[in-house]
Design a protein around this ligand. Structure first.
Ligand SMILES: Cc1cc2nc3c(=O)[nH]c(=O)nc-3n(C[C@H](O)[C@H](O)[C@H](O)COP(=O)(O)OP(=O)(O)OC[C@H]3O[C@@H](n4cnc5c(N)ncnc54)[C@H](O)[C@@H]3O)c2cc1C
Length: 454
């Protein structure tokens, strides 16, 4: 019996599984689709996600698929310079989400169980019983990372308040039979929230359109080549001609967030916990950060040494971050809608965002590097994560009784870094109390050890 089941093998579920496995747990990912995704909704990784993936040794595997390094993010198409961000990666990586998911999946010890759509979830005092693909699975805990239409969320009747979609857009990957003169052959930031045309590898283009026709059509209507052609002709003139539509989907600006990320033994992460207009390249990044925040806390809970409240701190820390992204993406949506005065608002906001402090504030939010969880001083930029998911103590001696949860390293600057990379202590008094707060009581002297056993 696995320690933890994960519903959904998208990037969030896969990274959550990887974090749990690194900490020595047995994990089984249940994925609805029979085959790994080849199409990608997201195309952008933000600096904090790049840091996390590099820290886990995953960045090298992504390198061959990197399409662009953009030294800026954007707020509804308004460029937000990243070059002075305090990170080794002051840029967005243009990369298709499917490659990110595949790189994480390749690291899992237990293969993802595919063709296993979750259809029933029950929980009791000791665990969860999950029916998926007609088979019954049992584990102590369930991570629900089954995306924006989360079945687990529906099965549990979890409150998901917010606003329904009011605008409708189409995303499509396609080839062009004829290109208009002057079409950019390299990545550029989108010019407005409601549409862009971006070159991808292999002669493909990513198109996002959201004109009048899209607003009229039913949300479930299939996207046709004719519909995309009409939208592209309207935007780029008669010279543009669609070749083959390889993949297309409709999306909107619904903005919803779970009231509670934890429902007993079920923990929600990624799009299952929050949805919003995908502007500014935030959703995938939120999901990846949810996964690394949850992983070590749930691992500690399963191992039985989580201090009181640690698992609930997952909600306390991550809910406000996504709530803020919902505010940001709703505001960005307003700048992109076809309102006669949207351009006036855009002009004013563009001017305001030129002020260095405003630009730095927005850059720090969009990039994810500005997150400071309560009780931490922000992320450590130069302390690589321990490979076994332990915390890291640098430049100080570790009191007896925590070496199963904390690795020690030499260094001049004292730092205690949580397994998700956030600094819990930076010298001075209170190391013992901090260790207890995040990692639970000291182990009896005879059980002190230097590595975590599975
Ligand atoms: C057009 C568009 C562009 C975007 N661009 C960006 C971007 O540039 N940057 C960014 O950060 N974000 C972007 N996003 C958002 C990003 O794609 C999502 O936030 C991200 O996919 C969330 O990952 P996830 O793993 O939480 O969910 P998903 O990727 O949706 O994965 C959920 C998984 O669960 C599986 N599943 C569903 N139901 C079940 C079930 N019942 N049982 C088992 N498995 C199930 C699905 O098959 C899927 O594999 C974009 C989104 C869209 C629509």
């Amino acid at each position: 019996m696995p320690d933890v089941l994960v519903a959904g093998g998208g990037p969030t579920g896969l990274l959550a599984a990887y974090e749990l496995e690194r900490a020595g747990l047995d994990v089984l990912v249940l994925e609805r689709d029979a085959r790994p995704a080849t199409q990608s909704k997201a195309l952008a990784l933000q600096p904090r996600s790049i840091e996390v993936l590099e820290d886990r040794g995953l960045l090298a595997a992504l390198e061959p698929y990197v399409e662009a390094r953009l030294p800026a993010g954007h707020f509804s198409g308004i460029p937000i310079d990243y070059t002075d961000l305090p990170t080794r990666f002051p840029y967005q990586l243009g990369i298709e989400q499917a490659h990110v998911a595949a790189a994480i999946e390749a690291r899992l010890r237990t293969p993802v169980l595919r063709g296993a759509a979750v259809t029933a979830v029950e929980q009791d005092a000791t665990g969860v019983t999950v029916t998926a693909g007609g088979r019954v699975h049992r584990a102590g805990w369930l991570v629900a990372a089954d995306g924006g239409h989360s079945t687990v969320r529906t099965l549990l009747g979890a409150a998901f308040p917010g606003t329904s979609a009011r605008i409708s857009l189409v995303v499509a990957d396609l080839t062009l039979a004829r290109k208009p003169a002057g079409l950019a052959d390299e990545w550029r930031l989108p010019s407005v929230a409601s549409g862009f045309l971006l070159p991808l590898s292999g002669g493909r283009y990513r198109v996002v359109v959201g004109g009048e026709e899209q607003q009229r059509l039913d949300r479930d209507a299939p996207v046709t080549a004719g519909e995309v052609q009409r939208a592209l002709t309207a935007a780029h003139g008669p010279e543009i001609e669609v070749g083959e539509v390889l993949w297309a989907s409709r999306f909107g600006d619904a903005a919803r967030q779970l009231e509670r990320y934890r429902h007993g033994r079920v923990l929600f992460a990624g799009d299952a916990a929050h949805i919003h207009l995908p502007v500014g390249g935030q959703g995938l990044n939120l999901g990846l950060q949810d996964a690394v925040n949850l992983g070590w806390k749930l691992a500690a809970q399963v191992r039985g040494h989580a201090p009181g409240g640690l698992l609930d701190s997952y909600h306390d820390e991550r809910h406000p971050v996504a709530a803020r992204v919902l505010v940001s993406t709703r505001a960005q949506g307003v700048l992109g809608v076809p309102h006669p005065d949207a351009s006036a608002v855009r002009e004013i906001v563009t001017g305001l965002l030129a002020a260095p402090d405003a630009r730095r504030g927005v850059a720090s939010e969009l990039s994810g590097v500005g997150i400071i969880y309560p009780g931490t001083t922000g992320r450590a930029t130069d302390v690589p994560a321990a490979p076994d998911g332990r915390a890291v103590l640098v430049g100080a001696s570790l009191p007896a009784g925590w070496s199963d949860r904390v690795e020690t390293r030499d260094g001049t600057e004292p730092l205690l870094v949580r397994p998700d990379g956030y600094v819990a202590w930076a010298g001075g008094p209170g190391l013992d109390a901090t260790l207890r707060r995040w990692f639970g009581p000291r182990a009896p002297a005879h059980s002190d050890r230097t590595s975590v056993s599975a």
